[in-house]
Design a protein around this ligand. Structure first.
Ligand SMILES: NC(=O)c1ccc[n+]([C@@H]2O[C@H](COP(=O)([O-])OP(=O)(O)OC[C@H]3O[C@@H](n4cnc5c(N)ncnc54)[C@H](OP(=O)(O)O)[C@@H]3O)[C@@H](O)[C@H]2O)c1
Length: 327
């Protein structure tokens, strides 16, 4: 089969090669991949001396969607339409930038009837994380009608956070470094679009004005600090990312004077109950969503490396889809 192979066994290279799919366990499920998507994490994996990749030679791709073609599991029969993501897929074992993929049962989710395999990869890990973030805020008691800040709004997690918040009745506010995309962000459901550095006021005070009923942040660093100091009393931020920085320098005042909460969101190690809950929630909103509008562009294996570079450079909005269907 053809696959995008990252090889650092000697000199670093990323190239399309003919390889044989590898099962690591007899219980692995074989999926014929139809679509994948490019995540920020894929750009981190596909670079020399990557601190994220854990194999010198690896088929990239943390996401895949397609059909089960071999399975020893009664709950996942041949022909099931699935999404594959999480665990060490595309990081420490071969991933979805290939025509076939062996995956452990824990990383394979049957798709709701309302989500086609193509749409599942417009969603991808980014959209899964976005819906997981929305559910985390709801579990905290944040209700429809709330004004929820979304940072990194033109990105994969950000744009789908806007989409799902709007679909569930919230008033999302988009924070972006790409203000020229304001019309696109409003079309995703943003009731307001603000600049990347306009998350909080009163820079000379410990606490900023209470601006947000909730927030979804994939940026980290100082942005997360600014969110914490500008959340309303009892509000929460769901934090999943670090595109700006993994460092968080803040203080305890938001927690002890406004009772705010910092909710960690991890899509990688979550167990079956959460995966099922999130895909069910995605399935429920799917009929209201125009997935085509969330696609920046579609690539094949042959142009995938350029697409990964465009995601690394932040030259995209929404999602980059990978079409792996055999010609
Ligand atoms: N915890 C998890 O399980 C999980 C799952 C998925 C993703 N993530 C993480 O979430 C983050 C976003 O992933 P993604 O796939 O959505 O990435 P993405 O598509 O590249 O989106 C990131 C967005 O952040 C903004 N941005 C980029 N550089 C920035 C900077 N230096 N400072 C502030 N904003 C910046 C840009 O949006 P604007 O131009 O609109 O500002 C960009 O489109 C990544 O850190 C990723 O690793 C975590």
């Amino acid at each position: 089969m053809r696959a995008l192979v990252i090889d650092e066994s000697a000199d670093f290279s990323v190239a399309v090669r003919d390889v044989t799919p590898r099962a690591l366990d007899a219980a692995d499920v074989l999926v014929r991949v139809e679509y994948s998507g490019v995540n920020f994490k894929d750009a981190l994996v596909a670079q020399a001396k990557s601190r994220v990749r854990r194999q010198p030679v690896l088929v990239g791709g943390v996401d895949a969607a397609g059909l089960v073609v071999e399975s020893s599991h009664d709950e996942l029969p041949v022909g099931t339409r699935v999404a594959v993501h999480g665990g060490v897929i595309g990081v420490a074992r071969d991933g979805g930038f290939a025509e076939f993929l062996y995956a452990p049962l824990a990383n394979v989710s049957p798709l709701p009837d309302s989500i086609a395999t193509r749409d599942a990869m417009v969603i991808g890990t980014a959209g899964f994380t976005a819906m997981q973030s929305v559910l985390a805020l709801e579990d905290h008691g944040i209700e429809a009608g709330a004004r929820v800040l979304v940072t990194g709004a033109t990105g994969g997690v950000g744009s789908q956070s806007l989409t799902y918040l709007a679909a569930r009745g919230y008033d999302p506010v988009a924070s972006t470094g790409s203000l020229d995309e304001a019309a696109w962000l409003r079309a995703r459901g943003a009731v307001e679009v603000i600049g990347r550095h306009d998350v909080a006021d009163k820079p000379d005070r410990v606490m900023a004005s209470e601006a947000w009923d909730g927030a979804i942040d994939c940026v980290g660093g100082d942005t997360l600090h600014q969110i914490l100091r500008s959340l309303r009393y009892g509000a929460a931020v769901a934090a999943s990312g670090l595109v700006a920085s993994a460092e968080l320098v803040t203080n305890v005042y938001p927690f002890i004077t406004r009772g705010v909460a910092l909710l960690g969101v991890d899509s990688v190690e979550v167990g079956a109950p959460t995966r099922t809950r999130v895909w069910r929630a995605l399935g429920a909103v799917a009929p209201t969503i125009n997935y085509e509008e969330l696609i920046d562009h579609t690539t094949s294996l042959d142009t995938l490396f350029e697409a990964i570079e465009s995601v690394r450079a932040g030259r995209h909005r929404g999602r980059v889809l990978v079409d792996l269907r055999a010609d």
